[in-house]
Write a protein that binds this ligand. Structure first.
Ligand code: PMT
Length: 404
């Protein structure tokens, strides 16, 4: 859900017409959980006012290498150390040349020189400037030093000419930035995740459901994607945006979720069931809105299929992880589910207390598997999901070694 949660991105904006897209870039990075600090070159301030970046980043913009207030604390070094990623967007021909030559006469170039963080460029310039042998040589020098780039794209330019030099789209830059944080623990592994509640109709306007916002499941899908997995998310109704790079299938009922899971599970290496699937469905939902009567209607319920159990009982099941939502005896119930459903792992959480479990942004997980367990203390669902994926990746690899 928030692939850049608590990641520090130092965005360097250099002079070019594409600078007008950079405020949107800041907004999108922050939506993904990143903390963003903006450095502007003098030329960039001719295109967009620093105040705009201050407003969208929520923090003052850095402009001067020799700002006495900041430099008393070695501001450029602090910024260079603070950053987990230096993103230069747009990266002008001039800035690329200065970076290639190792200049350190302004804040932007000095931060790049003084950092150990990866540097990602989004070049933007006139196509002839981009094609120029000097720019190409500078760019090659930087890529050989490990600097990464996204774009430039081909197309119509601000000057009216056509060719390579357009800055990559903001969405493309965001994906590239996200990939820089990818841990690769699940590189190439196919992960199927269920999330959210299901809704079982009573009539066209009413339904039975379970409490679930989908936050935990979406965070798990995002963390798996961030670890390099190909992720498919089968989600019940939620208000959440699908994490970048994740394929989603929207379902409503438990029966829909079952059918979507069974259609996709044979392609999955790992199955993670975070969904709060309704255990019962209404046997015969009314086809028209039921009228209010003096005596309450009797609903006949029938059990839904336990999707997790069905997956784990396949002849060749994927590495199967269940969740357990409990209000008491967390560990005993989690171990019970591990054995009863023949699972590889269970992530158990206490629900029913405000601030944890359902709906909230935070949770606690107690993870159990055959011969082991690990407690993940209270933290954001994004952070917990990342830790959970690390444990799943370890156990998944161990299980594969056991099979050989
Ligand atoms: O969505 P949030 O607001 O972020 O809340 C997160 C959560 C509390 C919903 C989540 O962390 C969680 O605990 N999900 C599992 C909820 C649940 O239904 O638990 P359970 O103990 O009833 O079910 C055990 C397991 O069987 C779960 O993996 C569930 O997905 C699976 N199941 C249950 C019933 C069913 N018919 N099919 C299933 O696959």
């Amino acid at each position: 859900m928030r692939a850049l949660f608590q990641q520090h991105v130092c965005l360097i904006v250099t002079g070019g017409i594409a600078a007008y897209k950079a405020p949107d870039l800041v907004r999108r990075l922050r939506d993904l959980g990143a903390e963003v600090k903006v450095v502007m070159t003098p030329a960039a301030t001719e295109f967009v006012r620093p105040l705009t970046f201050q407003a969208v980043s929520g923090t003052p913009v850095h402009q001067d290498l020799l700002d006495p207030a900041a430099e008393a604390a070695m501001g450029h070094i602090e910024l260079a150390r603070w950053a987990d990623l230096i993103l230069v967007a747009p990266a002008s021909a001039d800035f690329i040349a200065r970076l290639a030559s190792g200049f350190a006469d302004d804040l932007a170039s000095t931060v790049c020189l003084a950092t150990a963080a990866p540097i990602l460029l989004a070049p933007a310039m006139n196509h002839l400037m981009w094609r120029n042998a000097a720019t190409q040589a500078n760019f090659k020098t930087l890529t050989q030093r490990g600097v990464r780039a996204i774009g430039p794209n081909d197309g119509e330019q601000a000057c009216g000419e056509v060719g390579p030099g357009r800055m990559a789209e903001v969405s493309e830059i965001v994906i590239a930035a996200t990939q820089r944080f990818s841990t690769r623990e699940l590189a190439g592994v196919r992960v199927l995740v269920t999330a959210g509640p299901t809704q079982e109709p009573i009539d066209p306007v009413r339904f039975i459901t379970n409490r679930s916002s989908g936050k935990m499941g979406y965070a798990v899908a995002s963390a798996a994607q961030g670890a390099g997995a190909h992720v498919t998310l089968i989600t019940g109704p939620t208000q959440l945006g699908v994490p970048t790079g994740v394929i989603s299938i929207r379902v409503t009922t438990a029966a829909d979720m079952l059918s979507a899971v069974m259609s996709n599970v044979s392609d999955a290496d790992i199955f993670i069931a975070t969904a709060a699937v309704a255990d019962y469905t209404v046997e015969q939902p009314a086809s028209h809105k039921m009228k209010k009567a003096t005596t309450p209607p009797a609903l006949t319920l029938s059990p839904t299929v336990d999707i997790l159990r069905r997956v784990a009982s396949q002849p060749k099941p994927p590495f199967t992880v269940g969740f357990a939502a409990e209000t008491q005896d967390l560990l005993a119930n989690a171990r019970g589910k591990l054995l009863a459903k023949n699972l590889d792992m269970v992530a158990a959480n206490l629900v029913g207390n405000p601030g944890l479990g359902f709906d909230s942004d935070e949770n606690e997980l107690h993870i159990v598997w055959q011969g082991g367990e690990k407690q993940l203390g209270r933290a954001s669902k994004d952070a917990l999901a990342r830790d959970l994926i690390v444990i799943i990746a370890e156990r998944y690899r161990a299980a594969r070694v056991d099979l050989v």
